[in-house]
Structures are given as structure tokens and as C-alpha cells.
Design a protein around this ligand. Structure first.
Ligand code: NAP
Length: 469
């Protein structure tokens, strides 16, 4: 694979700078690859190519576009073992989670989304006029490191399916899975210029891409800070913007909740992917009267997980992805202790196990503490207690974020509370998302939706045509 090159105008090309970025395996801490440290010149070439390819791709029959994209997804499914290996090497994910969620789960969702794409109505007769749904043009896709495949498939596949051309900038921390994605499109016969991939840092590549005059839409998944900067840059050029940002999601426990379900659902999100999930339920908010039961349920459930060397069987979660992430999570654990939160289990990591951090549960957390307000992005849970349900809902909403939420308790009461929480989704008890449900945030968690038909419609704009009668 051409890991030291960008894919521009149907060719693998070395970066103009001739400079490279090392990619680290977080388990062994060895450098395992180099990717281009591209700059504005590569961005210009990629955007020019996408711009030139747009009219023909937009005019291609939707069925042809979908057939090509389904073939690319199938190509990746056929190589899932290779992709899982790459993902494990760059992210440190254990085999089971890499297969079930990162590769099989994300590719299944992408395939299902392409089935839904076949149902899109591109033209509709209204009362005396026609409405046409049309692609934007050149779409810049900027993706984070925590789900290296899923964040790419949920942007690039629907953008292309709807007739846009794309320039992808994957995260420079986990860029290697993106090369499988590019190879899949190439193998399926993507026409020259329809898809480009430019690797490099956010400042060297992401920034000029978001501000480029020939880019029509910017879709960004990442931190709220990065998203706000991207949006500022893109809005100067009046571009369409979609932002999928950070979270600090509440899990509200009501009187009568099944604590086995609640502790499992919460801890799954804290442990899986080493807690590096935007929708992790990192604030558990429970009645003060249930304090003892809640803490016992959490400790019992926690014993069923194993965090350690992800190359070993039976391990549920490995290290966090980088030294930077390790230091950040460690810093928050120190802050929690200093602020006076009760360390129910876990400790300040000592660095004797690489980037592995054993799960930490803080209880008696005050919602104003940093550990309750900031996205930690590691295996750290804050438990907060409330006197009455109204206060519980108020604590759930007392955050700048609004990505995900969960409510545990008697079904009807839980549903009523879920409606009061200002977030893009709410899971009630053991509810499951069918994958192609809309996903996205309220407040500082962003705007726009990914997934299923909602995630397809984001890549279309609306034109009205008035005929002479
Ligand atoms: P990040 O630092 O904001 O980076 C995201 C992407 O944007 C990377 O490709 C990065 O490039 C680039 N970038 C960052 N700042 C930029 C800037 N100012 N200008 C141009 N490009 C910029 O986020 P991350 O650390 O990779 O990902 C973790 C964050 O993503 C968490 O906050 C998490 O909650 C969020 N997330 C949200 C969702 C969702 O659906 N809402 C899903 C997954 C993750 P480089 O890193 O290569 O320099």
C-alpha cells in the first residue's frame, strides 16, 4: 500500500513538502509507518481535481454511484482481517472490539445506508413547481482518530452517493485504516478526481481545506475546539458545515431502575475503545437514596471487564491511543482527586504499563468539578447524586455538551425524563440503536446528523424550479 503518498486525481503522489509524519503503535510504542506531511500545495491540487470531476459525477445515474460504492464496501468486507490488523496496530484496539464494532459494524451500517440511498427522491412535484435535491459540489471531510474507519465511512460514502466529490483528510494519529478505504474505492473503479485523500496535520491540511474557495461543504468530526475553528474558517467562505463534536453524556438513574442494566450500559461505554468514544456515558446521575446500591452494582460489573495488553485474548480494552491522550487522562484523574471527589476504584496511573489506564470511578462528584464538565476521553466515570428527579434532570442538562444520554427506570417515567434532556439521542434502559438512526449533537456537540437517511440528506441541497405553464 502507498502509505507515504496522497491520492489525488486518480494517482498516488508524494507530498510536495517531501516531509513525513511518523505513526506510532500505542501498544508497542514503535513507529510503524510514515504518512505524508502535506501542505497547502497538495490541498490545492486535490481540490482542483475534485472540482473538475464534480459535474460528471453529479450527472452519473444514482444507481451507478451506489453500485460502485457497494462494491467498495464489499471489497473492505472481504479484507476485514487485514483491516482489523491495521486498526489494532494504529489504535491499540483488541481483536474482538476491532472486529465487532470498528470493522464489521461500521461496514454493515455503510452497506445498509447505501440501500436507503436507493430510496432518495431527487425530484418531487409540488403545487405548481418542481423541487430538485442536488449535491453541494466539493466536500471536505475531516476525521478524528478514535474510530478510524467509521468516521470516514459515515462521511465519505454518503457524500459520494449523493453526487458530491470529496477530499478526505484523515487524522494523522490513526491514518492507516484510511489507506484501505482509498484502496477499496480504487478497486471498485472510482473515476479520476471523484475521491482524493490528503494526509497531514490539522493546521497544514485541515485548515487550508476548510477555507478553500472551491470547497462547498465541510464536514468535521472531532473536538469542540477544533470544530469551532473549522466552522469559523469555513463560514468566511459561506460553506455548508456539518459538525460532529465532543460530549459529556449523562446517564440518569431513576428510582426503581434495574441497576444491573444501568451499570452494564454505562461501564460498556467507559471501557470499550478505552473510553475514547464521543457518546460515552461519563456522568452517572443517581438518587442519593440509592448511593450504596449504585456503587455496589458498578463495582460488581466492573469486575467482568479486563483492561490490559490488547494482543491477549479476553482483553476488553487496551491502552489509550497516544502519550498525549495518556497525559490528558492522567491529568484529569489528578484533578478529580485534588477537587475532593471520592475515588471509589482505580488510581492515578503510574506509567508502568505503557499507555494502559485502569478504569477509574469517582463518586460524590460535584457537577461543577472539571471531571464532571470536561470531556476526558478515557476510562473515567463520574457519579453524581441528586435529591429529587427534577434536580437529576437539571444536572443532566448542566453541561455545554448535548451528544448522547441514557435514562434508566420505569419505562414511561424514563421516556418522560429522556424528552427533557437536551441531547441528540437518548437510550432508555436496555434500548438499542439500529445503527442507521440519526446521530449528532445539540449545543456544543455540533450540528447536522450522520447515519441512515438523515445522514444522506445532509449532502443534498434544495432547488425549486418554476416552469412556464
Ligand atoms: P481533533 O483534534 O479536533 O481533530 C479532528 C480532525 O481535525 C483531525 O483530522 C485533526 O487533524 C483535524 N483538526 C483539528 N483541529 C483542527 C484545526 N484547528 N484546523 C483544521 N483541522 C483540525 O479531534 P480528535 O482528538 O482527533 O478526536 C477526538 C474528538 O472527536 C473528541 O472530542 C470526540 O468527542 C470527538 N468525536 C466526535 C464524534 C461525533 O460523532 N460527535 C465522533 C468521534 C469523535 P490532526 O489531528 O491530524 O492534526
Amino acid at each position: 500500500m502507498e502509505q507515504e503518498k496522497n491520492y489525488i486525481n486518480g494517482e498516488w503522489i508524494a507530498p510536495q513538502s517531501n516531509a513525513y509524519i511518523d505513526v506510532e503503535n500505542p501498544v508497542t510504542q514503535e513507529m510503524i509507518a510514515k504518512i505524508p506531511k502535506s501542505d497547502e500545495r497538495d490541498v490545492d491540487a486535490a481540490v482542483a481535481s475534485a472540482y473538475a470531476a464534480f459535474p460528471a459525477w453529479a450527472a452519473t445515474e444514482p444507481e451507478k454511484r451506489l453500485a460502485l460504492l457497494k462494491e467498495a464496501i464489499q471489497w473492505m468486507m472481504d479484507r476485514s482481517d487485514d483491516m482489523i490488523r491495521t486498526l489494532r496496530e494504529e489504535l491499540g484496539a483488541p481483536q474482538g472490539f476491532a472486529k465487532r464494532v470498528h470493522v464489521d459494524g461500521n461496514l454493515k451500517e455503510a452497506m445498509e445506508q447505501m440501500e436507503l440511498a436507493g430510496e432518495i427522491e431527487y425530484v418531487r412535484e409540488e403545487d405548481g413547481y418542481e423541487v430538485w435535491m442536488e449535491p453541494y459540489g466539493v466536500v471536505a471531510c475531516l476525521t478524528p482518530w478514535n474510530y478510524p474507519l467509521g468516521q470516514i465511512t459515515s462521511k465519505v460514502i454518503p457524500a459520494l452517493a449523493m453526487g458530491n466529490t470529496v477530499v478526505l483528510k484523515p487524522s494523522s494519529q490513526t491514518p492507516l485504516t484510511a489507506y484501505w478505504f482509498a484502496e477499496a474505492l480504487i478497486a471498485a473503479g472510482i473515476p479520476k478526481g471523484v475521491f482524493q485523500m490528503v494526509c497531514g496535520s490539522g493546521s497544514d491540511v485541515g485548515d487550508p481545506l476548510a477555507g478553500h474557495e472551491k470547497v462547498d461543504m465541510v464536514t468535521f468530526t472531532g473536538s469542540t475546539k477544533g470544530g469551532a475553528e473549522i466552522a469559523r474558517r469555513a463560514s468566511e467562505g459561506v460553506k455548508q458545515i456539518l459538525l460532529e463534536l465532543g460530549g459529556k453524556s449523562p446517564a440518569l438513574v431513576l428510582e426503581g431502575a434495574d441497576l444491573e442494566i444501568a451499570s452494564k450500559r454505562v461501564l460498556d461505554t467507559i471501557i470499550n475503545n478505552s473510553g475514547q468514544s464521543c457518546s460515552a456515558l461519563t456522568r452517572m446521575i443517581a438518587p442519593k437514596s440509592m448511593k450504596e446500591e449504585v456503587e455496589r452494582a458498578l463495582l460488581d460489573r466492573l469486575q467482568t471487564y479486563k483492561v490490559g495488553d490488547p494482543t491477549q485474548e479476553e482483553v476488553d480494552a487496551g491502552p489509550v491511543q497516544s502519550k498525549k491522550q495518556y497525559d490528558k487522562v492522567k491529568g484529569f484523574i489528578e484533578k478529580g482527586v485534588k477537587a475532593g471527589a471520592n475515588l471509589l476504584t482505580g488510581e492515578i496511573p503510574r506509567g508502568d504499563a505503557g499507555y494502559i489506564i485502569q478504569p477509574v470511578i469517582f463518586t460524590d462528584v460535584d457537577n461543577q468539578m472539571e471531571i464532571a464538565q470536561e470531556e476526558i476521553f478515557g476510562p473515567v466515570l463520574s457519579v453524581l447524586y441528586y435529591e429529587d428527579e427534577e434536580e437529576g434532570v437539571a444536572i443532566a442538562n448542566d453541561t455545554k455538551y448535548g451528544l448522547a444520554s441514557a435514562v434508566f427506570g420505569p419505562e414511561e417515567k424514563a421516556k418522560a425524563a429522556a424528552r427533557k434532556i437536551r441531547a441528540g439521542n437518548a437510550t432508555i434502559n436496555d434500548g438499542k440503536s439500529p445503527g442507521n438512526a440519526p446521530f449528532g449533537g445539540y449545543k456544543h456537540s455540533g450540528y447536522g446528523r450522520e447515519g441512515g437517511k438523515y445522514g444522506l440528506l445532509e449532502f443534498l441541497q434544495t432547488k425549486a424550479i418554476f416552469r412556464q405553464e
